[in-house]
Design a protein around this ligand. Structure first.
Ligand code: NAD
Length: 501
């Protein structure tokens, strides 16, 4: 699926876009209680896109109260499954109808090429919403086997008020992965978007009400993580936090739950994912195409980026040549509002500085920079970083251990399968892993041996709504997409009924 392009120029469309920056609470837009605002900046040219209300604990209190009131009213939580499904499907249709606005908002907010919004983010968000809606009346409880005089069964019910805290790398998509299953299960939601990408969540909330969603069921409070985010995660009337973001902040979510009401916590965090290329890979060019996509797609700002490319030494020279070719061909930084652009700026000047610092650390550690390594020529007016490849990387180097979250590949040589698996697993993270091999046994052994929540054989970052998305180890404990994700926004209740003989 691809969203059709506009008639006319994206810059012209952007200049005419009416942008809403207020909070959305109890079915209406309102300023933050304090009146404070922050600026949303376009990282392609440092221009100000909008002034956005900066919510804090007072606004979180209001939003949580609205969500609780809506939940208790039963207007959504007890709505017949197919009626809830109808609203969710209408919600998806409205998002599709407003696809150009979503494309502009996320591209201007975080810099990704607009063609990626049209071909990846929006189609995947729609698929998630529609899949989730279709699951609503497919969820079942269970009846236990008991003695004849008893009926025992397990009900699945919504949890209550869910706080969704999301990152900026796929603003619309990551938000939909959280709110779609939470809403489908009958919960009320308070969403806290990332401060770098606060705009598309507000449009989502408006469209949910337009689709027939009751006021108070979906609320959006923008603000800083340490203010609005922390207040939401510490709130005593929030029943679950669904978090996507860094492992560092994911760990805080668990602490906040312990410091408040022991709310349920689901975390989807970062990674340092291994992408293994064995000498028996059927086609090195194909492997290189996927390896380039795995680390340079979305500017490398991808949780499951294949940032450690682990290559068997005998094919290293050929593979590096192929990887450089694919990087130069497929990832050319430029204006993200031009539909031909394949790589945009990073999300912010701060992120650019962070990534450039990692590049310096890699050079100082003795890794060889064979491509990129700085700001692309002529693009110093925005937060751009060139696709960068380091070879001769040792897995103990900082660039092989820490999540850079930018277009920086660390290529690590290994002697064979056993060393590849040992290096792949020598990390605190466990999100994704990939292997290229024509040996079927090796492929399946890898799927068992590697410590990761998602494994790709002769492919990378692939899958559909049936496949759970989530990690092992410090990559988090939650699962997005799939039927299990919806179930994770319910809680079970065991019912024991003595019915007599
Ligand atoms: P981040 O952890 O800095 O922020 C994520 C969210 O948490 C933001 O909304 C932020 O405002 C909020 N936040 C920050 N500090 C907080 C605090 N003290 N209390 C409450 N909320 C707080 O992450 P980011 O920079 O926005 O996103 C990048 C990270 O997200 C990367 O590590 C990436 O791997 C991860 N990510 C993971 C997945 C996944 O599915 N596993 C998907 C996308 C991104």
């Amino acid at each position: 699926m691809k969203i059709a392009s506009p008639i006319g120029n994206w810059h012209e469309k952007a200049s005419k876009l009416a942008i809403e920056g207020r909070l959305f609470v109890d079915g209406e837009f309102r300023n933050a209680a304090s009146g404070a605002r922050f600026e949303s900046i376009n990282p392609a040219d440092d221009s100000v896109i909008a002034a956005v209300s900066r919510g804090d604990d007072a606004d979180i209190d209001l939003a949580v109260a609205a969500a609780r009131k809506a939940f208790k009213s039963g207007a959504w939580s007890r709505l017949a499954p197919r009626a809830r499904m109808a609203v969710m499907l209408k919600f998806a249709d409205l998002i599709e109808a407003h696809a150009h606005e979503f494309a502009l908002l996320d591209t201007m907010d975080m810099g990704k090429p607009i063609q990626e919004m049209l071909t990846v983010d929006i189609p995947l968000a729609l698929t998630c919403l529609r899949f989730t809606a279709e699951c609503i009346d497919k969820m079942e409880g269970t009846v236990g086997s008991t003695a004849n005089d008893v009926l025992s069964y397990v009900l699945r019910q919504p949890i209550g008020v869910v706080g969704c805290i999301v990152p900026w790398n796929y603003p619309l998509l990551m938000t939909v992965w959280k709110i779609a299953p939470a809403l489908a299960a009958g919960n009320s939601v308070v969403l806290k978007p990332a401060e770098q990408s606060p705009l598309s969540g507000l449009l989502l909330a408006r469209l949910f009400v337009e689709a027939g969603g009751p006021a108070g069921v979906l609320n959006v409070v923008n603000g800083l993580g340490r203010e609005a985010g922390k207040a939401l995660a510490l709130h005593n009337d929030v029943d679950k936090i669904a978090f996507t973001g860094s492992a560092e902040v994911g760990k805080l979510m668990l602490i906040y739950a312990g410091q408040s009401n022991m709310k349920k916590v689901a975390t989807e965090c970062g990674g340092k994912s291994p992408h293994v290329v064995m000498a028996d890979a059927a086609n090195l060019e194909t492997a290189a195409w996927w390896a380039a996509m795995g680390i340079f797609g979305n500017q490398g700002e991808v949780c499951c980026a294949g940032s450690r490319i682990i290559v068997e030494k005998s094919v290293m020279p050929d593979f590096i040549d192929a990887l450089k070719t694919e990087a130069k061909k497929g990832y050319v930084p430029g204006d993200p509002l031009n539909e031909a652009t394949t790589m945009g700026p990073l999300v912010s000047r701060e992120q650019q500085k962070r990534v450039l610092n990692y590049i310096d650390i890699g050079k100082q550690a003795g890794a060889t920079c064979v491509l990129g390594g700085g700001v692309p020529d002529g693009l110093d007016g925005g937060a751009f970083v060139a696709p960068t490849i380091f070879t001769d990387v040792d897995n103990s180097m900082t660039i092989a251990r820490e999540e850079i979250f930018g277009p920086v590949a660390s290529v690590i040589p290994v002697s064979g399968y056993d060393e590849a698996v040992a290096v792949a697993n020598d990390t605190n993270f466990g999100l994704a892993a990939g292997i290229w091999t024509s040996d079927l046994g090796k492929a399946h052994r890898f799927a068992r041996d590697v410590e990761a929540g998602m494994v790709y054989v002769n492919s990378y970052i692939n899958g559909d709504m049936q496949l759970p998305f989530g990690g092992w180890k410090e990559s988090g404990n939650g699962r997005d997409k799939c039927m299990d994700a919806i179930v994770s926004y319910t809680q079970s209740k065991g019912v024991w009924v003595t019915i007599g003989n």
